[in-house]
Design a protein around this ligand. Structure first.
Ligand code: G3P
Length: 279
């Protein structure tokens, strides 16, 4: 499923070339920049060709709630959050997705219309891989996609590439996390559906990336658009209100990834209503 060393080297080379050109254009406004989107991933982008009925085709902003392994988001309590998310999605028509733990994926996918995501997937094919979670297993559990390379579950570039390929082979949506614009650039070249930029120091801090570090969002959006305009961008860390979501969208993202403000809330529906209030 993964790419070969030569292809990986070529992707890396392209990304470095683009990063250098962005760096040059930032410091030397004289020469014209390379034409937008002129350099692409060395493999054909599959985003528009597949998942024609999946969320990749949706143009609405995505509000994706990661339940992590919080007790407040496990088992029956995951269902309570899914209930709240479904209620708010129905009344607002917002696109709200949920990423519960593995054991809750199947029951939640069966009971709700929300897109359900795994928090991680391995790129291996089905077979003798004890303890791995395959894209095929996610597909049969009813998932719509998976997070990949979350800050709390990091992977190397070739494992990220294998995970994206495995998800796409099952027509599942790949939301690949990154911690800064350099990794956003490398990941965009691999052609996921979404890159989700989350500064690790703000995760779980209650301090919103939209307000504390809008520049990292702006720079990530720019670099992802430059490398592959078909890849959408999410941002996350400390997202907690409609205002945070509004700022993120104004900075060019296609939605947000969040956890604690909803998972730990006494009344998740109330927080969710606020989150979608300015869409
Ligand atoms: O995956 C979302 C997460 O890392 C952000 O967490 O608690 O800051 O919303 P939180």
């Amino acid at each position: 499923m993964g790419i070969g060393e030569a292809e990986l080297a070529s992707i890396t080379e392209n990304v470095i070339r683009i990063m250098l050109s962005l760096h040059k254009s930032h410091h030397d406004p004289g020469p014209a920049r390379e034409q937008h989107g002129a350099i692409r991933s060395s493999r054909p982008n599959s985003t528009s060709a597949i998942r024609s009925s999946g969320i990749a085709m949706m143009t609405r902003p995505l509000i994706l709630i990661n339940l992590k392994t919080y007790l407040e988001g496990t088992g029956p309590r995951a269902h309570q959050i899914a209930d709240a998310a479904q209620e708010v999605a129905d009344e607002s028509e917002a696109l709200i997705g949920i990423a519960p733990g593995y054991l809750d994926i199947h029951p939640i996918a069966m009971h709700y219309e929300l897109p359900v995501f795994a928090q991680h997937v391995d790129g291996e094919s089905p077979g003798a891989y004890t303890g791995h979670v395959t894209a095929e297993a996610l597909h049969s559990a009813g998932a719509s996609g998976s997070l990949v390379n979350h800050s709390e579950k990091r992977l190397g570039l070739s494992a990220i590439d294998a995970a994206i390929s495995a998800l796409h082979a099952q027509k599942l949506t790949a939301v690949v996390c990154s911690t800064n614009e350099r990794t956003s650039a490398a990941i965009a070249a691999l052609g996921p559906d979404y890159v989700a930029i989350e500064p690790p120091e703000l995760i779980g801090s209650g301090i919103s990336v939209s307000k504390a570090n809008p520049d990292i969002i702006r720079r990530s959006v720019a670099v992802v658009r430059e490398i592959n305009p078909e890849v959408k961008v999410l941002t996350g860390a400390g997202i907690q209100s409609g205002e945070c979501v509004k700022i993120a969208l104004e900075l060019g993202t296609d939605g947000v990834l969040l956890a604690s403000s909803v998972v730990k809330a006494k009344d998740p529906a109330k927080v969710l209503r606020d989150l979608v209030s300015l869409l």
